[in-house]
Design a protein around this ligand. Structure first.
Ligand SMILES: C[S@@+](CC[C@H](N)C(=O)[O-])C[C@H]1O[C@@H](n2cnc3c(N)ncnc32)[C@H](O)[C@@H]1O
Length: 394
């Protein structure tokens, strides 16, 4: 994690930053920095002398040189001293290539239709790893979408796919992306090859009943799901769950699949389980709602400072096993605005951390790296606004 250690002058720097976008919490402070496509709470400064400044998520596409510059300037102005920095002051963000999309960009650019120009046939791979299978897919006629969460994997795949047929790389958790970012009946074939089996936490597995319901909506009729795993128990779970859905039937062993993990497990003598399921029917309701980019809700708060002092985390259970939790609160002394760090667990079980900003009686998403507001989060924000407004009456 890139970091700067400031020693002398730390308190003074903090004071100066309060005039800028600095939000103070109980244990730490967040500095909002404007970067590519949004505002990022990138810096966490434990409120102690001789502190460490670390960059939070999203830092990969930020202007690190600029953050370094702001801190350096302030430190010098107050006669302080940067004693250690791993940030390169010359660093500039590399503009994300056109085939790369965060959920926000995906929606802004018209999603599958916009980015891939109304493709006739769509192949999707979740968790493409080193990208070799995705590269082979992209050499064919179909439009190809790769979904990954690893920056390393994304960078490699983007290099491999240069100059290949129509393709897009989406950075998001696979289950979440399929559920929220794809229209109903839009996918011809979906590959999930050697997904993490989570042996100690099987509840985190991607292939679960709610995900299969989502697939029943998103695949075209006759569309296929191709799976491979080396984990016997996970394979059994896949074999049981798909046929339990009235929308899928078994489609036998898939055609030749060759990936890095297939070779790895084969060389260790492990059995590889491969299977295909075919969508035979569409569930009755397939209305799809896309996420909003912003979702301003009114919340009247009398005493923001008092809210920070008396803050207790607040949890809202959501449908299925999902929940929404307001975990931390930060106050900007200059403007009296509030920043909330929240956790949102979607019904597909993926966890997301969002920052919500309260300013001028309006609570809304801080548009950070790729964040969007799917309907359950919109609902949670409305409930949170009610909770905040109630707090005002105490
Ligand atoms: C075991 S590797 C398999 C890679 C590749 N499919 C292969 O067979 O060589 C699992 C991959 O899934 C990715 N991954 C894990 N969780 C994911 C998620 N929720 N959404 C998308 N990709 C995910 C990881 O980053 C990793 O690249």
């Amino acid at each position: 994690m890139p970091h700067i250690t400031l020693k002398k002058g730390f308190k003074e720097v903090l004071d100066r930053l309060q005039e800028e976008d600095l939000f103070l919490g109980r244990e730490e402070a967040l500095l909002l920095v404007r970067g590519d496509g949004g505002t990022y709470p990138v810096a966490i400064l434990p409120r102690r002398e001789g502190t460490l400044l670390r960059l939070d998520k999203g830092a990969h596409f930020l202007d690190l040189g600029e953050i370094h510059g702001i801190l350096n300037r302030l430190t010098q102005e107050v006669g302080g001293e940067v004693i250690q920095s791993t940030l390169n002051p010359e660093a500039r963000p590399s503009a994300p290539p056109p085939t790369f999309a965060t959920p926000r960009k995906w929606l802004e650019e018209g999603g599958l239709q916009g980015l891939l120009k109304n493709p006739k046939e769509v192949a999707v791979e979740i968790g493409f790893g080193n990208g070799e299978f995705l590269e082979r897919l992209a050499g064919q006629e179909k439009a190809v979408v790769g979904i990954e969460i690893s920056n390393w994997a994304i960078k490699r795949a983007l290099n491999r796919l240069k100059g290949k047929g129509p393709h897009a790389i989406l950075k998001a958790p696979g289950g979440w992306a399929i559920k929220w970012l794809f229209p109903s009946e839009s996918i011809d074939i979906l590959y999930i090859l050697f997904p993490f089996p989570w042996p100690k936490r099987p509840s985190r597995r991607l292939i679960q009943a709610p995900f299969i319901e989502t697939l029943a909506e998103k695949l075209k009729k006759g569309g296929k799901v191709v799976l491979a795993t080396d984990d016997r128990e996970y394979a059994q779970q896949m074999r049981e769950l798909f046929p339990e859905s009235p929308c899928f039937q078994e489609g036998g062993e898939p055609e030749e699949i060759n990936t890095k993990y297939l070779r790895k497990w084969t060389s260790l003598g492990l059995t590889i389980y491969r299977m295909t399921f075919i969508k035979k029917a569409t569930p009755p309701s397939t209305d799809h709602q896309f996420p909003h980019l912003q979702h301003p809700v009114e919340a009247k708060l009398k005493d923001p400072q008092g809210m920070v002092e008396g803050f207790r985390p607040w949890t809202l259970p959501l449908e299925g096993q999902g929940f929404f939790k307001v975990e931390r609160i930060y106050l900007n002394l200059g403007e009296g605005t509030l920043l909330f760090r929240t956790t949102f667990q979607d019904p597909d079980l993926s966890l997301h951390h969002q920052f919500l900003l309260w300013r001028g009686d309006i609570l809304d998403l801080l548009p950070t790296w790729g964040e969007t507001v799917p309907p359950p989060l919109a609902y949670a924000m409305e409930e949170m606004a009610r909770w905040l407004s109630k707090d005002r009456q105490r």
